[in-house]
Every structure is written in C-alpha cells, then in structure tokens.
Design a protein around this ligand. Sequence first.
Ligand SMILES: NC(=O)c1ccc[n+]([C@@H]2O[C@H](COP(=O)([O-])OP(=O)(O)OC[C@H]3O[C@@H](n4cnc5c(N)ncnc54)[C@H](OP(=O)(O)O)[C@@H]3O)[C@@H](O)[C@H]2O)c1
Length: 238
Amino acid sequence: MTTLIFGATGGVGAALARRLVDRDVVVHLAGRDAAKLAALHDELGSPTSVCDVLDDEQIAAAVEAAGPDLSGLAFCVGSIDLAPLRRVDRDLVRKSVELNAVSAAMALKAAESALKKNSGSAVLFSSVAVAQGFAQHAAISAAKGAVEGLVRAVAAEWAPKARVNAIAPSLMKTGIAEPMTANEAVADGIAKMHPMARLGEANDAAALADFLLSEDAGWICGEVFAVDGGRGRVRSRG
Ligand SMILES: NC(=O)c1ccc[n+]([C@@H]2O[C@H](COP(=O)([O-])OP(=O)(O)OC[C@H]3O[C@@H](n4cnc5c(N)ncnc54)[C@H](OP(=O)(O)O)[C@@H]3O)[C@@H](O)[C@H]2O)c1
C-alpha cells in the first residue's frame, strides 16, 4: 500500500514522509519544487512527482504515478495569509481558499476511487484559527473553515469505504510560519500564549497524521483534531 503526500517538501510533509518510511510504508512524494523534491528523494529513496496543486492535471498525474495501491493521502500544502479585514480583498480570500480548500478537494477527488478500493485514509490540514478567532486571520480562517466542512462532507460520502480527517495546528516552526517565528522575541511571545509554553514542531502534527493514516485509526472518521499546545481550549498561565 502507498501513501501520497502533497506538500512533501514542507515541514510537516517531510516529517510525515520520514515517519512513514521509518515504518516501511511505501511513500510517493509530491511537491512543487523539483530541487527540494530531488533532495528528499536522495534522503528517503521514495518516488516523486512535481506537482503544483493549483493545477488539476498535475494533481491527477501525481495520483496516477502513486499507483493502484494508493491507500493514504496527506494534503500538507497550505498558506498563512494574514491581513486585517480592511486590507482583505476578494483576491486574497480567493487565493487562500483556492490553495487550502479547493486544491484539497481536487486532491481528494482525484484519489477517491483508489482510496475507496483500498480502505484508505486521507488527512487534511486546518488551523487553530478556525475554532478560535484571531485578528488578521479572516482570509486564512475562511479557507481552513472550508477545509473542515470538506472533511466532514467527504467523510460522510466515503464511509465506510475510506476515512477523511483533519489536523488543526497552532503555530509550528515551519516555512509558512517564518514571518512570525524569525524574530526570536516575537516567537517567544507567541510561544508563551500556549499553555505548553512552546511553539509547535513539524513532528507534532506529523505524528498525528501518521497515526490517522494507519489502520489503528480505523474507527476515526470525519474528525478535526487540535495539535496546538493547548492554545484553543486551555487557558495559559503566562
Ligand atoms: N506551520 C504552521 O504554523 C501551521 C499552522 C496552522 C496550519 N498549518 C497547516 O499545516 C500544513 C503543513 O504546513 P507546514 O507547517 O508544513 O508549512 P510549510 O513547511 O511551509 O509547508 C507548506 C507546503 O505547501 C507547499 N505549497 C504551497 N503552495 C503550493 C502549491 N501551489 N502547490 C504545491 N505545493 C504548494 C509548499 O511547497 P514548497 O516546499 O515548494 O514551498 C510547502 O511544501 C498546511 O496545510 C498549513 O496550512 C500550519
């Protein structure tokens, strides 16, 4: 059985690929940057597809290349487009929704028949900024809220043949978070807003994605799980 990772060259995507390869799962790596993909291929030995998820033909080609044994799909692509609402225009909302939700929907659609045939599992990514309101998050929260609706609808449509779930992280030290984590003082301030008193690492989310893709998660369907150091539910003492 094979797991296809979209956004495999990102922080969470690469951490997930390493975990899956460690437990001998066959992985197919999809990413938009050929050079980064080649480096990950050199490290893990897994086959790759160059894939910009804004292009449905490239999504279809990656699913095809992953082969008929496709039973896992992780959509680890995303953005954090921050702006106060007064500076948000249609283009910014569309851009966020297009990348995070529309492309995730097209990836699920492309993989549907293989995942259903192989009792598969798909994992998408939301954000803590859906369950909890944060200033400047209008565009990305709208997009990730759409991801959560997508997960529940497709989970209903696919059950009992395949499962779909999502992970909703708070700020993790990966590429998209760099504008917020590059400055140490700012990063420390945000870390203190988390009851667990640190920012997330890619592996915090990858560990749960790894579990949700596994057969041990076979009775988990249509859920959205916070991986957020307690930020969404627990009052911080700091
Ligand atoms: N990190 C956080 O603080 C945080 C918080 C909440 C939610 N999330 C979500 O967690 C998931 C994993 O993100 P991450 O933390 O691992 O961030 P990351 O390291 O920046 O990874 C994001 C990935 O998306 C890829 N990507 C962006 N646009 C693409 C496109 N058009 N086609 C194909 N790939 C594209 C990037 O490709 P390149 O490698 O080529 O740049 C990168 O691999 C995302 O859905 C993100 O929205 C993250």
